[in-house]
Write a protein that binds this ligand. Structure first.
Ligand code: TRP
Length: 339
């Protein structure tokens, strides 16, 4: 059997809901890029999952898919090492989802805490749909299709990976053991807020986007709210009350960080200057991404080719899995009833 503590194949996906920001980068992509070094990776754009909430206004999704691929390539997801694809280009996901739906008990779905949270949070939308309830079943199909051992996700997605394990177990039990039970690989997500102190989110307009120019990034960093209990430059400050500080931690060396902490607490360093230091470090750290982005934008055909190659590779895998699945259930497409 597979050693579950040593995942070999990794799969993860993101819903295309807009361009990616630093929260997405430090919370997920940064980790994906590192995982490529050790594992066989599959990363995909979950456009059908986006449709579960955007079914009444799907027109933007196409553009977001493109933006997402450009963001992914620019942060360093490497199509030579990882398979990058779009969910809806692999119709086998829909077939596997349908089959899993046959034996997934509805109470599992109704009890799902992420589902309950989302229905509440998005109360302006009618999410009392079959598709939204079945969201984790589709996600299980995404994961099990590629027999992934590890699924890097945030905590909110853990119930979905748990349900994927249960679906795998149920399939293996009813038919034939085909599917490994995947593990959620939780990444430590730094607590980053948007520049106004609320969660970094497109809908609040408080994001620093990966696609922002250095000038825009610098401007946004300058707008970050610092220690509100430090009204005057001469007052000592407290980094742990400063919204920019988590970004400092991610972008400065330990030595530099310690200097800044001391200089803030002793009022030697003012917030304006301190944020300039951050802005410079951030821009410098993201410079390789900016360069890759510019290259990609000059060669839009390459993105298309990369996607096509990824889709082809993913589809070949998906077809093999579906052949096994049909065979395990005893469905054979070549019935040859009439011969
Ligand atoms: N539900 C995930 C999210 O909202 C996206 C997703 C869809 C996913 N299918 C997946 C993540 C499979 C990991 C594996 O973030």
């Amino acid at each position: 059997m597979n050693n579950p503590s040593k995942p070999r194949r990794i799969l993860s996906g993101m819903r295309p809901t807009g361009k990616l920001h630093l929260g997405n980068y430090y919370g997920a992509l940064d980790n994906w890029v590192k995982l490529q070094e050790e594992y066989e990776c599959y990363f995909f754009v979950a456009d059908w999952h986006a449709l579960t909430t955007e079914y009444d206004a799907p027109h933007a999704i196409g553009g977001y898919i493109q933006d997402m691929l450009v963001d992914w390539l620019s942060v360093g997801l490497d199509p030579e090492r990882s398979t990058l694809f779009v969910q809806s280009a692999i119709p086998e996901h829909a077939e596997l989802y349908l089959i899993f739906g046959m034996f997934t008990p509805v109470p599992w779905l109704e009890r799902n805490p992420t589902y309950k949270d989302q229905v509440q949070e998005l109360s302006h939308k009618d999410l009392s749909t079959y598709g939204f309830l079945g969201y984790p079943v589709l996600q299980a199909a995404d994961i099990l299709m590629y027999k992934a051992h590890g699924v890097p996700v945030g905590v909110d997605q853990v119930p979905h990976v748990e349900m994927t394990r249960e679906i795998a177990r149920r399939f293996n039990h009813f038919y034939r053991p085909i599917f490994p039970e995947p593990e959620a690989l939780l990444t430590e997500v730094p607590k980053l807020t948007g520049i106004d102190g609320r969660k970094m989110s497109k809908s609040y307009g408080n994001c620093i986007y990966l696609s922002d120019s250095p000038e825009v990034m610098q401007k946004k960093v300058r707008q970050m709210i610092t220690d509100t209990l430090r009204p005057y430059r001469k007052d000592p400050g407290e980094p742990n009350r400063c919204l920019a500080f988590p970004f400092h931690k991610l972008n400065l060396s330990e030595g530099r960080l310690a200097e800044i902490v001391a200089a803030c607490r002793s009022a030697q360093l003012g917030c304006v200057e301190c944020k300039n230091i951050l802005a410079e470090a951030l821009v410098e750290n993201l410079a390789p991404m900016q360069a890759r982005r510019q290259h990609i934008q000059r060669h839009p055909d390459t993105v298309q080719e990369i996607l096509q190659a990824g889709n082809t590779r993913a589809r070949a895998f998906a077809r093999r899995t579906l052949d096994e699945v049909r065979d395990a259930i005893g469905f054979d497409l070549n019935y040859q009833l009439w011969t």
